[in-house]
Write a protein that binds this ligand. Structure first.
Ligand SMILES: NC(=O)c1ccc[n+]([C@@H]2O[C@H](COP(=O)([O-])OP(=O)(O)OC[C@H]3O[C@@H](n4cnc5c(N)ncnc54)[C@H](OP(=O)(O)O)[C@@H]3O)[C@@H](O)[C@H]2O)c1
Length: 290
């Protein structure tokens, strides 16, 4: 039996990714999917992480485990680097022991947002926040230590299984008549189901190196929020545009961090659908349950 190990399997992306992998790496094709999260392994602990991975002998290790609270990272730099950077190093060392491919999910926050046009894989990173710096260090460990590696940078994720912007806006809209949303940050909202499908596809095609993966088209958080409310039929809720400065969050964010997905299209012939289409499907799925 060949083994594919997902670390961070109970997070927002992890849950959708495991569902997707169960379809595309079927047991009858000799694949076993292992789901680990903080209860099974704390990637901050080097010896345990290396030994557990080595004993399991996976062919592929996907690391999604991270300290993802961007403002929390700013206030706790030590933990951010311990999980996002050193944790990735420990996973890579374990994977090295069994010659496994390593897949690491990284972020648009490795860029500073000064570019004003979509960021390509070869653009120089320059993170503004502790979270961005710790994820970039994670990328560098993967590149330094593992020959067969795949780094996928994505952004503005939302999905069924975690805290995210869409759910926050819907909750605020139920509680208030006016919702304030930042209007000076631009990116591409990305549905975890679409990202999960792309990750599985990239692995099947034995892709290596860095790939940017996000839903097509871009918008500000404000426009994203307006679309969420419109698609949810909450037309009576007023949306107020505010600036990043007014919001006053601890961590700086890139004002423009759209990821160019040309490489994905060119080399893998893959384009993710526009974010508004994906959002429509997500919102439909939410309301079909409530
Ligand atoms: N969310 C986004 O917009 C976004 C954008 C770009 C890239 N990414 C990257 O995509 C990946 C998945 O993101 P996500 O939003 O699905 O994150 P998430 O929901 O926070 O999931 C991360 C999972 O990792 C676990 N974890 C945290 N520390 C750990 C440790 N020391 N050892 C083992 N497991 C640990 C978490 O457990 P607890 O919940 O108990 O802490 C959680 O189950 C991350 O690597 C993130 O950096 C996310």
């Amino acid at each position: 039996m060949r083994r594919l190990l997902v670390i961070g399997a109970k997070g927002m992306l992890g849950r959708d990714l495991v569902d997707t992998l169960r379809f595309s790496f079927r047991p009858n094709q000799d694949w076993e999917i292992l789901e680990w999260d903080i209860d099974e392994i704390d990637i901050q602990e080097e010896n345990i992480t290396v030994t557990k991975i080595e004993n399991m002998k996976p062919q592929i290790v996907i690391n999604l485990a991270a300290y993802t609270d961007v403002d929390g990272c700013e206030l706790n730099e030590e933990k951010a680097f311990a999980v996002n950077a050193e944790g990735m190093r420990h996973v890579a060392l374990g994977a090295l022991k069994c010659n496994a491919k390593v897949v690491y999910i990284s972020t648009d926050y490795v860029f500073d947002g000064e570019k004003k046009e979509p960021y390509k894989e070869e653009d120089s990173p320059h993170p503004l926040s502790v979270y961005g710096r710790s994820k970039l260090r994670g990328e560098q460990y993967v590149q330094e230590l593992v020959e067969d590696s795949l780094i996928i940078r994505s952004q503005w994720l939302y999905g069924r299984h975690g805290k995210n912007f869409v759910n926050t806006i819907l909750r605020e809209a139920r509680e208030k008549k006016v919702v304030s949303i930042v209007d000076d940050q631009t990116g591409s909202p990305t549905y975890t189901v679409d990202l999960a499908t792309a990750i599985a596809d990239l692995i099947h095609r034995r892709a290596r190196g860095i790939f940017h993966v996000a839903n097509s088209d871009s918008c500000t958080w404000f426009a994203f929020g307006q679309t969420i409310l419109k698609l949810s039929g909450l037309l009576e809720v007023r949306v107020l545009p505010i600036s990043t400065k007014e919001l006053g969050r601890p961590a700086a964010r890139p004002l423009y961090s759209v990821l160019s997905t040309q490489k994905l299209r060119r080399e893998i012939n893959m384009t993710l659908r526009p974010w508004s289409q994906a959002l429509r499907e997500y919102i439909k799925s939410l309301f079909s349950v409530y």
